[in-house]
Ligand binder design. Sequence first.
Ligand code: PMP
Ligand code: GLN
Length: 382
Amino acid sequence: QNALLSATGTTIFTVMSALANQHQAINLGQGFPDYDGPEDVVRAAAEALLDGRNQYPPMTGVPELRNVVAAHNRRFYGLEVDPDAEVVVTSGATEALTACLMAVLNPGDECVLIEPLYDTYLPVVRLLGAVPRLVRLSPPNWELPRAELAAAFGPRTKAILFNTPMNPTGKVFTAAELAFLADLIQRHDCYAICDEVYEHLTFDGWKHIPLMTLPGMRERCMRIGSAGKTFSLTGWKVGYITCDRGIAPNVAKAHQNLTFTTPPNLQRAVAVGLAKDDAYFAGLAAHLQQKRDRLGEGLKRLGFGVLATKGTYFITTDVRPLGWNGDDVSFCRTLTEEAKVTAIPVTAFYASENAPNHYARFAFCKGDALLDEALVRMERWL
Ligand code: PMP
Ligand code: GLN
């Protein structure tokens, strides 16, 4: 059997959701809304199913969706994209990440990754025989350590994979940070795989800037979006990659060998969603910002150290001010078992030694009543 996979643990999201179920805990761990996305989008999927849109679609995605992915790039970011040659639809951003890594990495190539990182990044880089170079952001401000980042790039660097808005930190990379990254990427003649699944989930006026929009970066970036996050339908698993025509053929060949196609009915529905007016996208962010505030203020009241969240579904909290002396794993376990509320230990997002081990991540993409009930339970427990 494959040794790397044998050595990979079950994902923390599955582990903590199972523990939540076992203890009938409110699950603020795994990041999924407990409400469905827009009804017209769901209805479009049902209609497409009944309309007989059920056989293999074109390999890189149905034209309706590729066209609106291109239009969405123009509308929000001013990017001109050829829908026939520069868009690949995948089965979730998860497949997109693997397809993009496969498209550019050869065994022995180095890939720069930023910790804390989403749990699929590292195993896939390693499975491809590439060498991860980890650079760590530190709480509470998660600033980019520029000298360390520059030192992680070298003659063998082929790509950087990074995530903005960033899970689990809630960080949104600034224009200055992106310019610094763009300069490194160009100087080392490499690619950027940009996990932008939370592109529409930014708060307080923070704007998501795709690295792909910076000068000189269009040919180097693979920009990944997810219908799961943009339409609050995380089980749908429809992702979309935007990349230059120079990279797209390899990305498409990776997709061809991973899944070949993505359900056509869901693709049709996502096309309806991505064509929605600007008010939908602004409303989505406003809705989540209000939830961030509701949970964040409640956690602060209970005595958690609440770190700033500028985007995503997540709040990171410092559990030391509560007087907790154990680590984040024991905190999240005990919180589930005793308070009946589940959070994710942030050490799960670190691969290297000596990760900060007193942070817990809470998802706020839940109904207000559930968020309130979670706060009541934690208050009783504390
Ligand atoms: N990247 C990040 C940072 C995520 O949080 C998620 C959430 N699931 C994904 C990728 C995967 O997205 P999808 O569900 O579309 O595969
Ligand atoms: N992205 C989600 C999170 O961070 C989980 C997705 C998954 O369960 N793989 O919570």
